[in-house]
Design a protein around this ligand. Sequence first.
Ligand SMILES: [Zn+2]
Length: 454
Amino acid sequence: MQDQNATAKTVAVKSTAELTGETVETAQSEHAPRVAIMGWCDRAARIEGPHPALTHMNIQGLTCSRVSYLFPLSLRGITFLVSLYNPKAGESFTVQFRYSDGAKAFDITMNLAKSQLFDPERQEYVDLNAGTEAHGWYFVTTQVANDVLITKPDTLNAFLTSPTGEQLLGSFNFIHASLPPYSADQIAALRSDPLARRIIRVRYSCTECGAKLQTYAGLERNKALEDQGYCWFAELGEEFHCDCGKLSFALQYMRSGLHGVLSRSLTPDDQAAGDYIRLYETTKLEDDSRQFKALLDRNAPEEVLQDFLEAHPIFFSRFSASRLIPKPKILTKYVADFAILNQRKELQLIEIEKPGIRLLTKERQITADLQHAVTQVTDWIQEVNDHRTAVLSSLEIDLKEVAVVRGVVIAGKSPSDDEGARALRRTFSGEVDFYTYDDLLRDITEIIRRVANA
Ligand SMILES: [Zn+2]
C-alpha cells in the first residue's frame, strides 16, 4: 500500500503579479491532504435510479456552519460529506476536530471496507481493489452514530492525523442562537402552529459516573416533569460538573436558548437536539373542531367567538403568526378583534363578524352589514398608517417589524354557488382579505391530516 506522502503531488502554481507585470512562479511544497471534509448536511440519501448509472447521492443543506439554540449540542445523526483521493480498500483515515483553544472535541475515523465505482462497460458497480489505476476524488458520506457533544459555540479546526504528522483540513462553525423569553402574544402565535412543541426536554449524563443534568423548556411550567428532576431552563445555574470530572459544560447557552427549540424556526438544525412533546394531538383538534362547528351552527355572538378563538389560536394557523394579539388597541379610537404579525412583516388587523351574517344580496352585491365590516377594517388600516409609530409602540411592536398593514374580515358561511364565491372574490382584492368560517373549519380538517401524518 502506498503511503500518504507518496501519492501527494507537488503543485506548481503560475501566477501573474499584477502590479509589476512580472510573471512569477511559486512552487507549493506543501502536500495536499488526501481527505477533504466538504461539510455536513441535513440529509444525504442514496437514490436508486431506473438504471444503475442513474443511482446518485442526494445531498441537502450542505454547510460548514451549524446554528443551535442549545449547547452542549449532540452530533448524533449528523452526516458529513467527505472526499477521498484515490482511496483503497482497507485504508483508514482519522480526522480530529479541535476547539479554538486546541482541546480535542472529537475524532472521526473512516475505515474503508470497500470502494466501488460504476463501470460503464459492464454497466454495474465494481469493487476498487488495491492496484487498480488511480481514479481521483471519491465522495462518501459518514454519519455520526453516537452522542458526540459539542459543549460550546466555537470554531473548530479539523486535522487529518497520521503517524507521520497532521494536516489542517478546514474550520467549522458552531453558532449559538439566543432569544429573550417569549411574550404572551408570541406564545399565542406559537400555539397557532399545528406542529407546535409544548415541551422540549434534554438530558445529559456522564458515561463514567452517571451524574446527569435534566432540563426542559415549555410553553408553560410543568410540575410533573419537575417532580421527575427536570429543571426549568431559565433557572439553571452557571455550570454543570459531573462527580468524576469527565463531563462539564457551561449552562448559559441553554438558559438563553433552549426555549427557542419550541418555535421550529431554526429546524431542521435542532431536530435531533432533544426530546419534544407536541402541543396538538388529532383527538384534541377534532374535539376543538366539533366545538367550533357547534358555535357556528347556533350563530354564537361575536364575544363568544372572540373568547373561543383566543383560547384556540390554532384556528389562525393560516396566518403564520409570529405574534398574535387579542383585542389590540389602535390608539384611543378603535379596538380590533385580533392583530397578527407574521414573518413576512405584515401586520394584519382582524375583524370577526357573526357566523350567520348575510354576505350577499339577491343581486349578488355585498350586503350593508358586510360593507360595514369592511369599512371598519379600512378605517383601522388608515389609522395605523397615519400614526404608525404611536400605534406600534403601544402594541410593543418594533417599527422595523412591520412593512405593510392589511385587514382581514372573517364572517358568515361560504356561498353555495360559484357565482356568489366569484362576487365575493371581486369585492376583496385590495388591502382587505376575506374568509368565511367555513374556510377556518376547512383549515382545521387539513391541520388534523398534517398532525396525523407528522
Ligand atoms: Zn462523571
